[in-house]
Design a protein around this ligand. Structure first.
Ligand code: CP
Length: 330
């Protein structure tokens, strides 16, 4: 039953069917229970995953490293600035060689217009599965952990109002890959998805079209608005988070007039009061506290950020246990 996953690339959940994603969720829950019960598992014993990072990470790196250790294998952390990539070595050569040495290649490359192409180039040449640890377009490891968290909190996802809301932040110009992956995935689970942002922070047109198509197929809905209040109003789930204006302005510099003009896009207690009583607040983290969100919200009763971050471990393990040469049988 699980053999069909061996070698499958995990670059975007758009290339995974709903049945495959359901299996990924059930394996995540199984591995989570086994972890809580202290069971020793060795589904990828003695196997190596190479973790290539072009950028910083706390959750992704550590959930992958801890995850493969718990599965009986080993991770190599690769800071790409110390690899021959920095002297121009191409994805083809890196992919062929690393996949001869080990059993999975995971990569984070968020450079706008480059990252996803790089991942696909690796996938073209690698004989091992490629796992996307975030690129300029997708962050499937985050989206699947978010979906698991929502299912744990609500059980049924159909017709839940979930709002992906842009917020102000100054830390750095963040990729669009988190909201993009969430927008594409959640309608497939019948949710009513609202995407709210100020003018200038649009997601690509093809994402809007694909998200509408995903919603239509599953009985959910998809609404795009420039009104943050309507996004909070009566929501079951809110995900207020910053992303950069990459689509309208590919310059990688942080800041500028557009950003400054939208300081008022912040998740506040007042706005959270518009959500349902049992609503939850989610954030992929790291959060720009004080700018994106008030401390009283992110540390408040509706916040599930630590459960969400914990689920990065269990879902990452499920991705590796399924796609690597695994002896997982359930
Ligand atoms: N959410 C997330 O991907 O966190 P890191 O950047 O710390 O990996």
């Amino acid at each position: 039953m699980y053999e069909e996953f061996t070698g499958k690339h995990f670059i975007t959940l758009q290339n995974w069917t709903k049945d495959e994603i359901d299996t990924l969720l059930s394996v995540s829950t199984d591995l989570k229970n086994k972890f809580k019960n202290g069971e020793i598992i060795d589904y990828v014993k003695n196997q190596t995953a190479f973790l290539m990072f072009f950028e910083q990470s706390t959750r992704t790196r550590n959930s992958m490293e801890a995850g493969i250790t718990q599965l009986g294998g080993h991770a190599h952390f690769l800071d790409t600035s110390t690899m021959q990539i920095s002297h121009g070595e191409v994805a083809k050569d890196t992919a062929i060689i690393l996949s001869r040495y080990g059993h999975a290649i995971a990569c984070r490359n968020c450079f706008w217009g480059i990252g996803n192409k790089y991942l696909n180039d690796l996938a073209k040449w690698s004989t091992a599965p490629i796992i996307n640890m975030q690129c300029d377009l997708y962050h499937p490891l985050q989206a699947i952990a978010d979906l698991l968290t929502i299912k744990e909190k609500f059980g049924e996802t159909k017709r839940k109002k979930i709002s992906i809301i842009w917020t102000y932040a100054t830390s750095h110009k963040k990729p669009i890959s988190v909201p993009l992956s969430q927008a594409l995935l959640f309608p497939r689970y019948g949710m009513d998805v609202t995407l709210a942002h100020p003018p200038g922070y649009e997601l690509p047109n093809w994402v809007i079209a694909k998200t509408k198509e995903n919603a239509k197929k599953s009985g959910g809905t998809f609404t795009v608005t420039n009104d943050q209040y309507s996004a909070y109003s009566d929501a079951d789930i809110v995900i207020p988070k910053n992303w950069g204006d990459w689509v309208t302005n590919p310059d990688k510099a942080t800041g500028g007039e557009l950003l400054d003009a939208n300081r008022h896009w912040k998740c506040t207690e007042e706005r959270m009061a518009l959500t349902k009583d049992r609503a939850i607040y989610m954030h992929a983290l790291p959060a720009d506290r004080g700018n994106e969100v008030e401390d009283s919200v992110i540390d408040g009763p509706k916040s599930v950020i630590y459960d969400e971050a914990e689920n990065r471990l269990h879902t990452s393990k499920a991705v590796m246990a399924l796609t690597m040469k695994s002896n997982y049988t359930g």
